[in-house]
Design a protein around this ligand. Structure first.
Ligand SMILES: [Mn+2]
Length: 328
């Protein structure tokens, strides 16, 4: 009985967002820290549509856009400095809480309305409008639905952005969140004629040397625990220094942890200057977002993360204790 109600609410929220878009002039768009293809792709697609409608749009990402996503149309229009002035609407993408986007508070306080668009079930409904759809494979899928409702015809460039969001968040249409609808939307995007194969090449067959070297280091660190149910990868500050690599070069490395047969969950510890970044992966019903959330993070059942102010040893001990309970 709760399901139709939820759908009804969501449709109302979509309608309210449409009305807000029509009645607003100035927009602030922001994504989460360490932005990924879904956050940036969704942001750029919305910005492009808003601009076509004659709106003024300011795009913000506190952290820089990863190199492998800089091919996206208008990627350079994303600023890393918080803008001054007021906005009619602030749209946050994939921020389960506003602080996931960094220090956005000053801008949000000055915004007429705050919109939260997310597909993470850990999202807190902090917006004046909340479009939270945990069954969507990606935020890009939700954004496509918004455009569809608005009868916006997606351009080739917008399709490039939305496709990038979908293909990256679904692990190339591999993760269980991939639905018939995901593939149907991908198919509609393909119909615009964007350079599908070239985008896939840029995303998946192009890798910086630093990333390859870091991957090698991470794979060497692989440990199996709890009878082979948990894979552990560790990257230390020194590993990054040795190869002159940055944290973005370790993106997706965690997925290799899920490859040994019998592994149910993988965790990667990344030592940063003053904290430890922890990433989790799992399969099936094993919900690693519970562990991430218990340490102040968030994410999905099968993919989540958190940051801990602790030494590597302390972070490992705490996380292992939580994971052993989960795996028991
Ligand atoms: Mn996403």
């Amino acid at each position: 009985m709760t399901k139709p109600m939820r759908t009804l609410d969501l449709e109302t929220e979509f309608k309210r967002l449409e009305e807000l878009i029509v009645s607003s002039e100035t927009f602030f768009l922001a994504g989460h820290l360490n932005p990924d293809g879904d956050t940036i792709g969704s942001m750029l697609a919305i910005a492009s549509v808003l601009k076509r409608m004659g709106k003024k749009v300011t795009l913000f990402s506190q952290d820089p856009i990863p190199e492998n996503l800089r091919f996206l149309p208008q990627a350079r229009s994303v600023r890393s400095r918080l803008p001054k002035g007021k906005f009619d609407a602030a749209i946050l993408l994939e921020c389960s809480v506003p602080s996931r986007g960094g220090a956005l508070e000053p801008v949000l306080k000055r915004a007429g309305k705050v919109v939260n668009i997310d597909h993470h079930k850990t999202s807190e409904f902090y917006g004046d409008i909340n479009i939270v759809e945990p069954h969507s494979s990606s935020t890009a899928e939700i954004v496509y639905r918004l455009f569809h409702n608005m009868t916006v015809k997606v351009t080739r460039r917008e399709a490039t952005c939305l496709y990038t969001g979908m293909v990256t968040d679904t692990g190339r249409f591999h993760f269980p969140a991939t639905s018939p609808r995901t593939l149907e939307i991908a198919s509609r995007l393909l119909e615009t004629g964007f350079k599908f194969s070239r985008i896939n090449d840029l995303l998946y067959a192009t890798k910086a040397c630093e990333s390859l070297k870091i991957l090698g280091r991470a794979l060497e660190s692989l440990e199996l625990k709890y009878g082979g149910k948990l894979a552990v990868l560790t990257l230390k500050v020194k590993d990054f220094k040795d190869f002159d690599a940055r944290s973005e070069h370790s993106e997706n490395v965690i997925n290799y942890g899920m490859m040994p047969p019998g592994v149910k969950a993988a965790v990667m510890f990344r030592e940063e200057s003053e904290r430890i970044s922890v990433t989790f992966r799992s399969r099936g019903h094993l919900d690693v977002s519970l562990v991430a959330k218990s340490f102040g993070g968030g994410g999905h059942r099968n993919a989540s993360g958190c940051r801990m102010k602790a030494t590597l040893d302390v972070a490992r001990a705490k996380v292992f204790a939580a994971l052993s309970r989960l795996l028991a």
